[in-house]
Design a protein around this ligand. Structure first.
Ligand code: HEC
Length: 199
């Protein structure tokens, strides 16, 4: 197991920087500062848009044909309005200055990452969306570098080559081949090897 102890990779599926934006933490504060006079139950609700009612935003304003289209900020009316010329009748925030570019980018990022309201409290729909956006539960494929873990929890990245005589043959990134006894692999890695071997 020398290789496992010398080559250590930390690997995390959620390590997509900048994508873990949600409404509650990142967008709501912007809304509070810029849109509250006209779009909150605690003040006034214009255009039927109450940005402080998180459930309503989630259930009625976010969707494929709604003003906030998950994964598609470019076609979200919500964003389009922010980008209009301030003289345009549809421009938001009405009668105020355009949002700073950075705030608009945060909103775009939020929508493009799936327009999740609260990442710590996702609905089934939202969880499904996040899964889809991250490429879904992709099947392991023989041509790519995958993560392999041994029973002690140590990980390497390697390409699958074959299984024979109780050993998995892997190709490491440095080009070297490496035989790993199946018995030393974690359950998930054994499954992965079986799938790749077509068994
Ligand atoms: C001074 C009041 C005012 C402020 C501030 C304001 N809005 Fe509005 N907003 C309105 C009015 C009035 C309407 C309804 C008329 C219309 O659709 O243009 C509206 C409508 C909208 C709609 C369309 C809703 C729909 O269902 O079609 C969106 C989206 C919107 N506002 C977003 C925002 C955002 C985001 C902000 C903050 C950045 C904001 N507004 C700030 C007055 C305001």
């Amino acid at each position: 197991m020398k290789v496992f102890s010398t080559i250590l990779f930390t690997f995390s599926l959620s390590a997509l920087p900048g994508l873990a934006v949600d409404y509650k933490t990142d967008v709501l504060p912007i809304m509070k500062e810029r849109c509250w006079d006209c779009h909150a139950n605690e003040t006034k609700v214009k255009g039927n848009l109450a940005l402080d009612d998180l459930e309503e935003v989630r259930d009625y304003q976010i969707g494929k044909y709604n003003i906030i289209r998950p994964g598609n900020s470019a076609e979200s009316n919500f964003v389009e309005r922010l980008l209009l010329d301030s003289g345009d009748t549809d421009f938001m925030p009405r009668k105020a200055e355009a949002l700073p570019k950075k705030e608009i980018e945060t909103i775009q990022k939020w929508i493009d990452a799936g327009a999740i309201i609260d990442r710590e409290n996702m609905t089934e729909d939202e969880a499904e969306r996040v899964k889809e956006m991250s490429g879904g539960p992709s099947e392991p494929s023989a041509g790519e570098f995958l993560t392999w873990m041994n029973r002690e929890g140590k990980e390497i990245e390697a390409r699958f080559l074959s299984v024979a005589d109780g050993k998995v043959k892997l190709l490491l990134k440095n080009g070297k081949q490496y035989d790993v006894p199946i018995s030393s692999l974690s359950g998930a890695s054994v499954e992965q090897a079986k799938k790749l071997a077509g068994k």
